[in-house]
Design a protein around this ligand. Structure first.
Ligand SMILES: [Zn+2]
Length: 368
């Protein structure tokens, strides 16, 4: 903890960036060197990017096959503890056999599976996802799905909008494979209603306890104007990130009985794509994204009291719990009612047994 010149308390922290890439997208080539700049030294705000989780776009676009493309990524980042690697999957024209072969040949080397329904133009309802999800489900492997919804200029979803990466179709798939944590990247990219849809899907899955859904916040609230509540030109509003944290904590929902579910939100940037591709601006953009989120959390009246814990969880702890390579059982949504009645009936059963025993002893005592 440190206090800066204008008496504002500043906390420096650790960052785990769960969403980064190499490969070529829309004619732009993204390289390891463009990621190295983030991990090699502290950010200007003194935060440290401890890890970046990388996936190879070239497998998603089918420019490389699943086995060779992912093997190449492993080799490129070999022996560098700053990076973890996703196995990119191509259900459209690949095969789960490639992924199984990779997991056999390189045990404990992959952090999860990466899917991109939009690039592949393949809806999560397509049967070709099933063998991949069965493998993930069996081995409790986290699956990162690009998620997005098309919105108009007001951020509204049109009735005719058909989006292959819609959070609703990802949820539908995740329901069939509850042992696999499924992460909706970008919290339903777009803005306004697209994020609201992803947040609704998350909370619905928690209430129903029928899937193990997570989301990352890469791209979320990027284009928002500077909010009038914040010092002019200093910080951008982070409306949907704040909304998601509150909803997952049940803040403002008097019927919420699922505890703190905000562990389902993790930090990600999508570096070095788009706004991180300019070598003069990328560190500045990245640090501003991080700082604006922290500022928004610290200045929200509901989140303020535990702001530092929320920041810690969002930027590193949640990711460490979700993405571990040791095949620990994933966090399950609690079913408070079921658990509650289970304990109550056990209690009643023991009580009845005790009473019976007491009277049996008493009547036996009278006899003798
Ligand atoms: Zn991405």
């Amino acid at each position: 903890m440190k206090v800066n010149g204008i008496n504002e308390t500043v906390f420096y922290g650790k960052i785990i960036d769960t969403h980064a890439h190499i490969g070529t997208l829309n004619g732009h080539e993204y390289k390891k060197e463009q990621l190295d700049v983030f991990v090699k030294s502290k950010l200007p705000n003194d935060d440290i990017v401890e890890k970046m989780y990388v996936s190879n776009i070239d497998v998603l676009t089918s420019a490389e096959n699943e086995f060779d493309g992912n093997k190449k990524t492993l080799e490129l980042f070999k022996n560098n503890e700053k990076y973890e690697i996703f196995a990119s999957c191509s259900p459209k024209d690949g095969s789960i056999d490639n992924i199984k072969k990779l997991y056999e040949k390189y045990p404990d080397k992959f952090i999860g599976l990466k899917f991109h329904p939009s690039i592949q133009n393949l809806s999560p309802s397509d049967k070709r996802y099933e063998p991949y999800m069965e493998f993930a489900d069996k081995n409790k492997i986290p699956c990162l799905f690009h998620s997005a919804v098309s919105v108009d200029e007001q951020g509204k979803i049109s009735k005719t909008s058909v989006e292959v990466s819609d959070p609703r179709s990802i949820y539908k798939l995740a329901r069939k494979y509850k042992n696999a944590p499924v992460v909706m990247a970008h919290l339903g990219a777009g803005w306004n209603e697209s994020h609201d849809r992803a947040i609704d899907v998350l909370t619905e899955s928690i209430k129903k306890g029928d899937a193990n859904l997570y989301a990352d916040i890469s791209w979320v609230d990027i284009g928002l104007p500077h909010n009038g509540n914040f010092p002019a030109g200093e910080h951008r509003d982070k409306e949907h990130i704040i909304k998601a944290i509150k909803k997952l904590k049940g803040i403002g929902d008097k019927d919420w009985k699922y505890g703190d579910q905000s562990f389902r939100l993790v930090f990600g940037s999508d570096a070095p794509i788009d706004r991180f591709s300019d070598k003069n601006d990328r560190i500045k953009e990245y640090t501003a994204f991080v700082d604006d989120i922290k500022y928004a959390i610290r200045n929200d009246k509901d989140l303020k009291p535990e702001a530092e814990k929320i920041i810690d969880d969002l930027f590193s702890k949640n990711a460490e719990k979700l993405y571990n390579k040791t095949n620990k059982p994933p966090a399950r949504t609690p079913h408070p009612n079921k658990n509650k009645w289970g304990w109550i009936s056990l209690g009643l059963f023991l009580l009845a047994g005790g009473i019976l025993l007491y009277y049996k002893k008493r009547s036996e005592g009278k006899k003798s």
